[in-house]
Design a protein around this ligand. Sequence first.
Ligand SMILES: Cc1ncc(C[n+]2csc(CCOP(=O)(O)OP(=O)(O)O)c2C)c(N)n1
Length: 677
Amino acid sequence: MSQAMKTDDSDKLDQLCINTIRTLAMDGVQQANSGHPGTPMALAPVAYVLWDRFLHHNPRNPQWPNRDRFVLSAGHASMLIYSMLHLSGYDLPLEELKRFRQWGSKTPGHPEYGLTPGVETTTGPLGQGVANSVGMAIAERWLAAHFNRPGHEIVNHRVYGIAGDGCMMEGVSQEAASLAGHLRLSNLVWIYDNNHITIEGNTALAFSDDVAARFASYHWNVLRVGDANDTDLLNRALQTALKEDERPSLIIVDSHIAWGAPNKQDTSAAHGEPLGDEEIRLTKKRYGWPPDAKFLVPEETKAYTDRSIERGRQVEEEWNASFAAYKTAHPQLADEWERMNRGELTENWDKNIPTFPADEKGVAGRDASNKVLNAIASSVPWLIGGSADLAPSTKTRMTEGGDFEAGSYQGRNFHFGIREHAMGAILNGMALSKVRAYGSGFLIFSDYMRAPIRLSSLMEIPVMYIFTHDSIGVGEDGPTHQPIEQVISLRAIPQLLVIRPADANEVAEAWRVMMTSKHHPVALILSRQPLPTVDRAKYAAASGLRQGGYVLADSEGTPEVILMGTGSELQLCVAAHEQLKTEGVKSRVVSMPCWELFERQNQEYRDSVLLPSVRARVAVEAGTSIGWRRYTGIDGRIIARRDFGASAPLKELLKQFGFTVEKVVEAARDSLAATKK
Ligand SMILES: Cc1ncc(C[n+]2csc(CCOP(=O)(O)OP(=O)(O)O)c2C)c(N)n1
């Protein structure tokens, strides 16, 4: 215990705080009888030095926009952040630490954004947190480039992340680190807890990378601290990282899991199991702690808490003064900043969104989206985004935006490289920093970014995913590129809005929904191929999309059969409706671009669209049939794809797979017959 040798008061206080963090973690996990005590015990000095000497934050206002960000990517070590938050003066009383992992507590098993004040992002799925931190560092660079003016530096924060071996092994951290190094994000510091222990045992079982060499090759500034308990060395390493202005920094810290536990230190048992009462007593004795005291926060640690609160107050006060001066000098920008931070848009932000005229030949979903995107971009400066190397295909480039590149951070078009997983996690970090961020790719590769999409949904943050090439409509590229189960698998994610517009005007409406969504991420599903632009004078307005599903075309009097579809298949329903009309069959066409929005409508509205008395129904979607039964009922018919696609020209595929007007008409007759049995 090197610090035990030191005698001056500040060292004593440091040691006391560090041991408080350790023992709170041990006690919290023991009381819950579940959790991960070892890593908080090992990293207590690291977190303490970082928070006490480096982190600019205000415990009394966790939302202060220019705060430094701290991300515990090793989310299982959550008692570390809960103890730090409590000790640093955040609104997280000791009672909450005692209720670790219990129903309704603010101390869930893994840190959750929006639940615990001071938690910047939800972590637990390893690698996601550090990848989010790259998004936060990117956002900081962009915000600084966009908002700062000479003599007015209102954005200048840093982003710190703590990663374990697990984070380092996960591919997403490597994709994100590669991009961070390329972009020269010197505002980013990762601390790697090099403790050689994971769940199954020593990392030697599965991991022998030279992490330092790997990060050096990613153009990172790599530093080493040989002992996690050496607070002086940690201090120096962090200072060195702050001086670096060309590269992100990685501080590799050698630590011992469950440091100080006589029988559990350096064992995988200490990773994810309570230490046990006896081991806790022995460990506390070693720390010079009263062995039987539980959740002890010594009175003396208040000196640190007070200091942390006071510093936070001061640092925000100074910033508030500089923001006031900024507001006087640059009222327009200050207004933008305030709106953005409140999650609002500019006034008349949608004034340039075009209306598309009826057109049989039509427009591809992706092309219509590009027009709408550019129209919105002209009035919402903090709408920024890009693609995983597919912008020419996804049509997500902002023509006036410029490129976000190393050293040229004002550009609005981002190049994530072919790194879908990291793109998703980076978008989460960007959205958490309040910019309106979008990322695009082929729908088929949404599978690569499913984990971050799930997390943006869990966090209820409005990330925008633009997925094009939405079905077998892709044609010749074949089954590897033809989404089948992707749309339904996205619909399975709670809180995510999945919108598959049927024509250009529905695309425009979808963007309206997407831009005004504050608490839901949106997946916009667009076609590669042209879709006829529906004649809205003849049929209903596209604004019906806001209800998720709406009556597009109707019969006189009660219809006998309801035809419903999304995206490229809606046109089949419209054509079938017209044909049935000539045969004297009364049908209704329902456009169903967003199931989630439809489900949010009241029963009365839903019944007015899908009349309960009409049991003859047909649903058409060029994806899997799963889920449609809910809307068709047992007598309904579903035209969908139950197997993978194939490589052939689109027209041939549609014929082979039964996506034709004739098949829809046939299915309608079939369903009508079924209801009469
Ligand atoms: C993506 C993902 N895969 C698996 C897990 C389950 N898991 C939680 S912690 C852990 C081991 C992590 O080891 P390390 O990062 O070294 O943490 P330490 O043992 O040092 O606490 C695993 C596999 C997870 N949380 N996320």
